[in-house]
Design a protein around this ligand. Structure first.
Ligand SMILES: Cc1cc2nc3c(=O)[nH]c(=O)nc-3n(C[C@H](O)[C@H](O)[C@H](O)COP(=O)(O)OP(=O)(O)OC[C@H]3O[C@@H](n4cnc5c(N)ncnc54)[C@H](O)[C@@H]3O)c2cc1C
Length: 452
């Protein structure tokens, strides 16, 4: 995962063989020497001969002196932006500049939950669009990202919470997505292992979102990287942007640890580092960076076959295909750029887990890690132009940007290519924090800076 180019050997490619046009393109690209081909035969052959014949899945080019567009940040959002710029808008003279390695940021650190259960206008249509892109992503990228629509159940524990989830469910249905309000017995049918008796926060029911689920997070990064590379995008790892060149209010390019690179358009897509990179262009963003932690247990036999979230504490859980229970909670409450978390939040998450499903106490936690979240005051993201001509920004995804990877890339590519806001993302304007007009808050409680 951490080399300059990921070597891939676990992807089946029957779909590629089935699509004649894709096959022709793949053959042409393979002849240019940089596309890995897959087949059952190939897997067997490599297995017999020591896995020595696999080639890098994307190239490792040196930066060119100039590109039409530069994307700063090779996370999920940056890679999907480059992919859709090439695929939807025919822009291929593009570089993605990543200071580390592909998959090393939040795109490979999250708890992999994918859903479209947002309540507020602005978010609702955006995440709905994004989920539709998830549902065709594997065919589109010809890459197995292990998208699993196993269903998400948000539990509620009071009459007031039930009302709020009923409203949310209606908003989801009005948006064209799916939602089913379960009573206590309905939840018990799906999740019999939860503690229903003698608990401090009795389970009243749950909002079931059948199309919600999970995906293998780093495969999403690899899939978009491969797709962008195949279309000619240069993915340049170990290349940190250290400055943004601006003349008379117009962007001219960037300074990097591998030299200066010119470009007419530059997109900032650096998640937890947004404030720092935007400062290179003289911008002060309404963003604080906080750590969010995740935890994974040893591999267990299948026991949790949905994504489940607790309503009386910040806790959500699913089980990976390898068997590990993957779970997380709230952000650490102080601002930090450290990609690791503190002990009080670990204790809080474990408390919530034990309250909800005491059986989890028998599992051993193998690993925990943190990622840096770009938190906005209203909990919603920003996809917008900046005051500098040619400079665009996509940030503020808080703790929910993995599910947004395809939608964000699609909408940001649209904005960068056409100069017009893409309809599902039209409310994600930067100036809402200056004017107060158009502020969104997922909680429906108004903008509460300290609660995010
Ligand atoms: C523990 C945890 C759990 C989460 N769970 C979920 C979840 O279940 N569902 C969900 O939807 N979301 C979840 N998220 C949020 C989601 O992962 C993020 O919102 C999303 O991944 C951010 O976008 P990205 O993938 O582009 O970020 P990143 O992968 O962080 O990409 C940004 C990239 O920019 C690079 N960069 C930074 N500065 C520079 C520079 N100067 N020059 C060049 N490159 C630079 C970084 O190295 C990084 O690779 C979670 C996050 C964490 C940490």
């Amino acid at each position: 995962m951490c080399g300059p180019a990921f070597h891939e050997c676990d992807i089946s490619c029957r779909k590629e063989a089935m699509h004649p046009l894709r096959s022709v393109v793949s053959v042409a690209l393979r002849q240019r020497g940089y596309v890995m081909g897959y087949s059952g035969f190939r897997v067997i052959k490599e297995g017999l001969f020591g896995q020595k014949g696999w080639k890098p899945v994307w190239r490792d080019p040196a930066p060119k002196p100039e590109y039409d567009a530069i994307i700063i940040g090779g996370g999920g959002h940056g890679l999907s932006t480059a992919y859709y710029l090439a695929k939807e808008h025919g822009l291929t003279n593009i570089a993605v500049l990543e200071k580390g390695y592909i998959g090393g940021g939040n795109v490979g650190r999250n708890t992999t939950i994918v859903r479209a259960n947002y309540f507020l206008p602005g978010n609702s249509e955006f995440y709905s669009h994004s989920l539709k892109l998830w549902e065709t992503m594997e065919q589109d990228l010809n890459y197995n990202v292990m998208h699993s629509q196993r269903g998400l159940i948000n539990l509620f524990h009071s009459d007031g919470q039930r009302d709020a989830f009923a409203r949310r469910g209606n908003a989801m249905i009005n948006q064209g997505d799916d939602a089913i309000l379960l009573d206590r017995d309905g939840v018990r049918e799906h999740l019999p292992y939860l503690d229903f008796d003698n608990v401090r926060f009795p389970i009243y029911g749950g909002l079931y979102h059948p199309r919600g689920g999970t995906a293998r997070h780093d495969a999403v990064a690899w899939g978009y990287a491969r797709g962008a590379d195949q279309r000619g995008v240069d993915i340049i790892q170990n290349c940190e942007v250290t400055g943004i060149d601006i003349e008379n209010g117009v962007v001219k390019g960037v300074q990097t640890t591998r030299g200066a690179i010119k470009a007419k358009k530059v997109g900032i897509v650096v998640a937890g580092r947004s404030g720092q990179v935007a400062a290179m262009a003289g911008m002060r963003l309404p963003i604080e960076s906080h750590v969010l932690q995740a935890f994974v247990t040893e591999g267990l036999k299948p026991v949790i076959d949905h994504v489940v979230s607790f309503g009386m504490g910040h806790f959500y859980i699913s089980q990976s295909d390898k068997g590990g229970l993957v779970f997380g909670g709230d952000i650490d409450f102080y601002a930090s750029y450290a990609a690791r978390g503190n002990l009080p939040m670990k204790e809080h998450v474990m408390d919530a887990a034990m309250t909800l499903m005491p059986m989890i106490g028998k599992a051993k936690v193998l690993r925990s890690w943190g990622g840096i979240m770009d938190m906005t005051p209203d909990g919603s993201p920003i996809i917008d132009k900046t005051q500098t001509e040619g400079l665009f920004i996509d940030c503020g995804w808080c703790y929910g940007g993995f599910k947004a990877v395809p939608g964000s890339g699609f909408s940001f590519a649209h904005l960068m290519a056409t100069g017009n806001h893409h309809a599902p993302a039209a409310k994600y304007r930067l100036d809402r924090f200056r004017t107060g007009v158009g502020l969104m808050d997922e909680e429906g409680t108004g903008s509460q800076h300290n609660l995010h």
